[in-house]
Design a binder for this molecule. Structure first.
Ligand code: AMP
Ligand code: GLY
Length: 371
């Protein structure tokens, strides 16, 4: 796997700050000769070739990969993964980093994920799966405890309703199943016990069988300081997570990540890629809120700068099933990311404003462009 002599060409798929960071990290690998990003953004243009193909256009992404002679393709977002981009590239013998469509169900179907976690004994909230509004309504009408109502499919991060009371839960169920605000993604709904506690995002690579060392970051989605204001796509992140320890890492590895990797392998869908566990530290111990089949945004922006192991080596080891030969060193240094947005975000905001001062940054500051 990979090119023994000479430098390789890599293609990163996406246009966010996460993908800018992945492309930047790959650019700094001694093994990489050229970086392409599809579609990329103004930030990636400064060191990579932006290819004008959208991240959802799998046939044209494959064409671009063949056209440019790409040696390694890396997918940023869950949408092309859930759409089967890895399966398509594999059929065409184009090396690609990420899970197949079937393994990506760990993120693209919340009911699949919850049932798998249950089978694998992964600590999780209680849950029920509903395929009709009537059944869900019956349950919620007789249920007083706080719940989270989740659309089964992908909903751009908006599919989970943390409900204040019974009325809010029934409204969320109605929005998903009757109003179909997320289309087909809401035709099945998962209703979960509402947990409380600190949240962390944990990441590990897997080649389908082996699991790398883990790392953790905290991310903040509320607009304002002090974790107030409306939800956004993410306003900042830091690593290491203050609550992260060797003991917690061992627990997450042995009770959450490894059981899920094993369960996916046993079900015939081995998971290759980076696995992201959203975990809540409750009074009854850590529990999994969700698994994602990709790097986090904005966690990637703080995690990859501190990663000491060559990302290209890791990715080829994941693809070829040799991850056990690698010691993935996430580094010891701390890193903080702050998102700057145009005034008004996440509501209406002005676009096209000039950003000043990018040429006067400290040596230990990095800037990643989003969108
Ligand atoms: P998800 O769509 O599963 O990624 O959930 C999005 C967010 O909803 C999480 O980051 C949590 O803040 C919250 N959340 C999800 N599930 C639960 C739960 N069972 N209890 C409390 N909060 C939750
Ligand atoms: N940081 C949240 C996510 O990437 O889904």
């Amino acid at each position: 796997m990979g090119i023994k002599d000479g430098k390789i060409k890599v293609l990163v798929i996406g246009s966010g700050a996460r993908e800018h960071t992945i492309a930047w990290k790959l650019r700094n690998s001694p093994r990489v000769g050229a970086v392409f990003v599809a579609p990329g953004n103004a930030g990636t243009r400064s060191f990579a070739t932006n290819v004008p193909v959208s991240a959802g256009d799998i046939p044209n992404l494959l064409r671009a990969s063949l056209h440019y002679g790409i040696d390694l393709t890396v997918v940023g977002s869950e949408i092309p993964l859930a759409g089967g981009i890895v399966d398509k590239f594999q059929q065409a013998k184009q090396p690609i980093f990420g899970p197949t469509r079937s393994a990506a169900r760990i993120e693209s179907s919340k009911s699949f994920a919850r049932e798998l976690m249950q089978r694998a004994n992964v600590p999780s909230p209680d849950f029920k799966i509903f395929k009709s509004y009537q059944e869900g309504y019956q349950f919620l009408s007789n249920h007083q405890n706080p719940v989270v109502v989740k659309a089964d499919g992908l909903a751009s991060g908006k599919g989970a309703f943390v409900c204040q009371d019974q009325e809010a839960a029934i409204n969320a169920l109605y929005d998903c199943m009757e109003d179909r605000i997320f289309g087909g993604a809401g035709s099945t709904v998962v209703v979960e016990e509402q947990l409380s506690g600190r949240e962390i995002s944990v990441f590990a690579f897997s080649d389908g069988e082996h699991v790398s060392s883990l790392t953790a970051a905290c991310d903040y989605k509320r607009l304002l300081d002090g974790n107030r204001g409306p939800n956004t796509g993410g306003m900042g992140s830091f690593t290491p997570a203050d609550v992260w320890s060797d003991e917690l890492s061992t627990l997450v590895r042995t009770e959450m990540i490894e059981p899920i990797i094993n369960a996916l392998a046993e079900s015939g869908s081995p998971y290759k890629g980076v696995l992201y566990a959203g975990i809540m530290l409750t009074e009854d111990g850590p529990k999994v809120l969700e698994f994602n089949c990709r790097f986090g945004d904005p966690e990637t922006q703080v995690l990859l700068p501190t990663l000491n192991t060559d990302l290209v080596d890791i990715m080829f080891a994941v693809i070829s099933g040799h991850l056990h030969e690698f010691d993935v060193d996430w580094g010891e240094s701390a890193s903080v990311g702050v998102v700057m947005a145009s005034r008004g975000y996440p509501g209406e905001f002005r676009r096209g404003l000039l950003i000043h001062g990018l040429d006067t940054l400290d040596e230990d500051s990095l800037v990643f462009h989003a969108g």
